[in-house]
Ligand binder design. Sequence first.
Ligand code: MG
Length: 525
Amino acid sequence: MRNLFLIIFILSFNACKPSADGEISFANNPVVAHRGAWKSSNLPENSIASLKQAIQLNCVGSEFDVRMTADSVLIVTHDEDYNDLLVQETTYEDLAKFKLSNGEVLPTLKDYILAGMENNIGTGLVCEIKPTNNKELNFKIAENIIALVKELKAEPYIHSYISFGYDILKKITELDPLAKTQYLGSTKTPQQLKDDGISGLDYYMDAFKKNPDWIKSAKDLGLSLNAWTVDKQDDMDWLLANEFDFITTDEPYLLFARIKASPVSKGYQLVWSDEFNYNGKPDSANWGYDYGFIANREDQYYTDSLKNARVEDGHLIIETHKEEIPNKDYNNPDLLKKSWMKYAAERKTAVYTSARLTTKNLASWKYGRIEISAKLPRGVGLWPAIWMLGGNRNEVGWPECGEIDIMEHVGFDPDSIFGTIHTKAYNHMKGTQKGKKIFIDQPYDSFNVFALEWTPEKMDFLLNDTVYNQILNEHKTTDEWPFDQKFYLIMNTAVGGMLGGKKGIDDSVFPQQMRVDYVRVYQLK
Ligand code: MG
């Protein structure tokens, strides 16, 4: 009996062990090393050493470029010339007289694939086929590649074939209907690719920013999504938020770090966002405005003019000006009756203009991660805020509806931001609000990420992934925790007022901008 168990154990152990004859399952991450993982070790691009490094890192894919020599040898190299010799017009023997910078011999595709089949359990080969301007030659190259892969029994190791040559990919599909293909050209719609039997998009990152609807339609059509060549943290974060299947990068270490930090890795799913990748008025499907004087004896007058709120350079800009503007509520009898709004009816003109955008009646959420990347306006008297109000405000009023201040900043305290809740039991009228402040290094010169993570049990306030304030649900009444309902978002810059104006207003600082790179709302899956 004992021996039988031992035999079963040995058999099953062997079954799991990767062998050299096609046992590979691609790693569960989106990292495709662009021309191998060459950068951190200073290796030549498209070298076998850089492929081995990508395998070592367990990237899901390692990309490389294939060309054919005058004597029909498939080689791995990027440019159409190699050491000033045109690849297409030179024999392999002549090209191979020149070594790569690490002493490696110019790799043939055969040697490259064989190296990729050694000690590799997770990294697929992403084979870019470089087109020539000779269509027949392109087909010949495609045929030779497929024949070589077959001969080496390397099919399971090939992650995908990618190319700027659309005909090349169609040819590959014809030769091997099971092969995965991704088009690099960045111009065709997902539907066109689907119709032509191409299995994915591997587009220049900006093509997705210009055509964000392609992301959803590619997913709906079952096409894979890949973007090149993504080396900046912000771009990686955006692609990860949108759950791209693959991200092609020269910076695999950075990408692995961003995957770890991504809300998606914590189980969140993007449910709403504005990336501000357009120009002009903020998208009216997402944003409305508040107008005039609002509250808190603030001195700014809110407008919806482009001067005060517009989208430009990939950012929402809320711009605050010192300028005189007539007050439409001057002598408004309804306001004169309300002690806290009387000031808004007593002024004939306003002397500052700004904007306050809100998702009220357009979008609101109960629980989730609300994340905003922003650069703040500077100067004593300015009071920018990114915050939320409870959806039942019109029925129950403030503070009963609840308020969540994700980011509040006052110009006279330039090194801090605040994260605070206000409720009936805890609010600033009674001095019982629950808030904390945190040191912020460069609120004006760089973008910082302000976030709220909100569940039925607690709220975490984060600055650049550091939790600095936590509010627990005490499970008493809605006086303490009115946060089991939908809240809408508000972004504004106020001038003066009860808090922002405590130390006066520095009129020399205007105009001032709050720049918002994106707003993303995630909820747990
Ligand atoms: Mg390439």
